[in-house]
Design a binder for this molecule. Structure first.
Ligand SMILES: [Ca+2]
Length: 100
């Protein structure tokens, strides 16, 4: 992970100004390191910022994350899925939450 990628994510997530949520907006995914769906293409990477670990996946390979799971230091997690609305804006819907 490079500092540059960290700064890109910090610009969109994990700060008080931009918490993960319905209006988090598009999240660019650079240099994925894992193949989550097993199709042979790298689609997923993790980021740690502000005490939270984010697992971000770009399953349709458009360069933007489609799924994000955020795991907090206390073990709580939330999973989110991106949807593009008729207005072209990306919004995130929480699909799961719980505790590890
Ligand atoms: Ca995508």
């Amino acid at each position: 992970m490079t500092m540059h990628d960290d700064m890109l994510l910090l610009g969109t997530l994990g700060t008080a100004q931009h918490p993960m949520g319905p209006d988090a907006g598009e999240v660019e995914l650079h240099a994925p390191t894992a193949d989550l769906d097993g199709d042979g293409l790298l689609d997923t990477r993790t980021y740690a910022t502000g005490g939270t670990l984010y697992v971000a996946s770009d399953l349709d390979e458009d360069g933007f994350a489609d799924h994000i799971t955020a795991v907090e230091g206390e073990g709580g997690f939330e999973s989110w899925q991106a949807h593009r609305g008729a207005d072209g804006e990306v919004r995130w819907a929480r699909t799961d939450r719980g505790s590890l």
